[in-house]
Design a binder for this molecule. Structure first.
Ligand code: ZN
Length: 282
């Protein structure tokens, strides 16, 4: 089983996770930029983080045979913090980088006017750069949040097939697919979607334009949930080809629209800017 995790925050994960992901079949991933678990106090904090997603983290992933890509943005939560919003002015110089395959995560957290502004501005940045957008949907008041998100996408200059609406569940999947966007599902250990609910969604809505991710981050999460969905699909009677479509070909098709996927993980460089993963090297 080959797996492309289209949304996982590897910065918060250990090297053991990389090894376990490789052993489970993960060969490529996308790491969206998000908040740090604590508020940032200036745009400079974003710049160091973006540089890590563009340099250090791909280097670390490559040591474990995994191709690493990222999406960059001002995240929905910090769109409300005036200390952070100036990062929007700096985004264009980051969005031209090779391994940036989308603008994201953008979207609504609490559906404030500041979030409206940041979402519209970043959908425009995606359109300007010919990039897809990874759009987070709110965890509270889900259906209303999703519908408002779809309205903003419709008013933007970005085509719906360039948008994935993420963190969906049974209540939001139909509206998301009807909008022409891609439908993303985050599988968690004890909240939101689990493997069996995901299989039920796939039975009802098919395997087209569906992305499944582990969204693993600082909180309780499991980077092997993608593999768990593949196994659950097979146990439920889906074919190997169905699994390959959902866990590999769909994310490749979606993020491939950036023209920037690099899926060969040939021989990794032993050093990144003079440093190895051995804490400074031998
Ligand atoms: Zn995320």
């Amino acid at each position: 089983m080959r797996i492309f995790d289209p949304h996982i925050h590897m910065t918060s994960r250990t090297t053991d996770d990389y090894q376990a992901m490789y052993d489970a079949g993960v060969r490529a991933l996308v790491e969206p930029s998000f908040w740090l678990g604590q508020p940032r106090t200036s745009p400079a904090s974003f710049f160091d983080y973006f540089d890590a997603l563009l340099g250090w983290e791909p280097f670390r992933a490559a040591q474990y045979g995994i191709a690493h890509h990222c999406t960059l943005a001002l995240n929905p939560k910090e769109a409300n913090d005036p200390r952070c919003t100036p990062v929007l002015d700096a985004l264009p110089r980051y969005l031209v980088k090779d391994s940036v395959v989308a603008v994201g995560e953008i979207g609504y957290d609490s559906m404030t006017p500041a979030e409206d502004t940041a979402l519209a501005a970043q959908l425009q940045l995606a359109a300007d750069h010919g990039l897809p957008a990874l759009v987070h949907t709110p965890h509270r008041d889900k259906l209303a949040g999703l519908r408002r998100t779809i309205d903003v996408v419709r008013e933007s200059n970005l085509a719906p097939e360039f948008v994935v609406l993420d963190h969906l569940n049974e209540t939001t999947v139909k509206d998301a697919l009807d909008s022409g966007c891609w439908a993303g599902f985050s599988i968690y250990p004890d909240t939101k979607m689990d493997e069996d609910r995901m299989v039920a969604v796939l039975k009802l809505h098919g395997t087209e334009k569906i992305l499944v991710n582990s969204a693993a981050d600082w909180g309780r999460s499991d980077p092997l949930k993608t593999r768990g969905v593949g196994d659950a699909m097979l146990a439920a009677g889906f074919t190997e080809d169905d699994v390959d479509q959902v866990l590999w070909r769909n994310p490749v098709a979606f993020y491939g629209q950036s023209g920037r996927l690099h899926l060969d993980t040939a021989t990794p460089d032993p050093l990144h800017e003079g440093n190895s993963i051995l804490r400074g090297g031998e």
